[in-house]
Design a protein around this ligand. Structure first.
Ligand code: CUA
Length: 323
């Protein structure tokens, strides 16, 4: 990067600081890429603001001068200068600047690979190098450019973590590559950014960035399987098998249960939310979700499950123990 560019960028950042609060916002950047995008946005915003007020001033001046009187410098000079030369210069500047930002975004890296598959209306998250599968949460090492492979199982979705990067579509039949990083440990919310059906708005996820040693520990914990640790949890596992939950959901370690129609439940007890960011993961919410997901997220792909109260209680106990 040239010295002049660095000085311009530093001066601009000092004038228009980009916060890094954990609110979901592209203007609260927590990565170099998001910072570039926020900067590009502010440059365009202020340039367009100046152009807008210039147009208003000239319009008012034209009206107040009345008919028959041309602008200063003659009609031709004004139209050619303000109507052709100026827009060409401004728009070319925007084009060059945004291309420069795009090139910075696309630098590849061969660090960690995470595969994310969009489903109506949840996110399947795979760590192919570690044999780990989770859902609706993305744990990644902080300070590293992670390679994301983005796919879709049904319709077009769009992967977007505003604090960390721009959007990238997930298209059926296509694998999109994307490099995203978090410059520090923290949590940020992500959201589907392409209308994909009735529950598009409730298709969210959380990104958790951990320092490398904590991330390694997290991976090691995901690879271990948890057997039921109590009589009631054992009963819950029987209910899971008897009611055919395994037709849609996988639990690592349960023989023959490998489906990926619905989210993998191997470590569901440790998840922040249920229904892809719809409700908090508490025993009460989990029971309500199993009994009637349509009351909580109408249009989601999961049907109601009819269970006796003590069976439902045991199932919630079992799922909650999968941490
Ligand atoms: Cu998936 Cu909108």
């Amino acid at each position: 990067m040239s010295g002049g560019w660095l000085i311009a960028v530093s001066a601009f950042d000092a004038a228009f600081p980009v916060g890094d609060d954990p609110v979901q916002s592209a203007l609260h950047a927590a990565s170099p890429e998001a910072r570039e995008i926020a900067r590009l946005w502010w440059v365009m915003f202020w340039t367009c603001t100046v152009v807008f007020f210039a147009v208003v001033v000239f319009s008012l001046r034209a009206v107040s001068r009345g008919a028959g009187k041309g602008p200063p410098g003659g009609v031709n000079g004004f139209v050619i200068g303000g109507g052709i030369v100026l827009p060409v210069v401004v728009l070319t500047g925007f084009l060059i600047y945004s291309l420069r930002v795009s090139v910075l975004m696309g630098r590849p890296s061969d660090a960690e690979t995470i595969e994310v598959i969009g489903h109506q209306f949840w996110w399947e998250v795979r760590y192919p190098d570690h044999g780990v599968v989770i859902a609706n949460e993305i744990y990644m090492p902080a300070g590293e450019r992670v390679r994301f492979v983005l796919k879709s199982a049904d319709v077009i979705h769009s992967f977007w973590v505003p604090n960390l990067h721009g959007k990238r579509d997930m298209i059926p039949g296509i694998s999109n590559e994307f490099w995203m990083q978090a410059e520090r440990a923290g949590e940020w919310r992500g959201q589907c950014a392409e209308f994909c059906g009735i529950q598009h708005a409730l298709m969210a996820f959380v990104v958790v960035a951990l320092e490398r040693p904590a991330f390694e520990r997290w991976i090691a914990e995901r690879r271990s399987q948890i057997p039921p640790d109590s009589r009631i949890a054992l009963r819950g596992r029987e209910a899971f098998e008897r009611h055919g939950c395994g037709a849609c959901h996988a639990i690592s370690g349960l023989p023959g249960v490998t489906a990926s129609i619905g989210p993998d439940l191997t470590h569901i007890g440790s998840r922040h939310t249920l229904g892809a960011g719809t409700i908090a993961n508490t025993p009460g919410n989990l029971a309500g979700w199993i009994a009637n997901p349509q009351a909580i997220k109408p249009g989601s792909r999961m049907p109601p499950t009819y269970l006796e109260p003590d069976e439902l209680h045991a199932l919630v106990e079992y799922l909650g123990s999968l941490r």
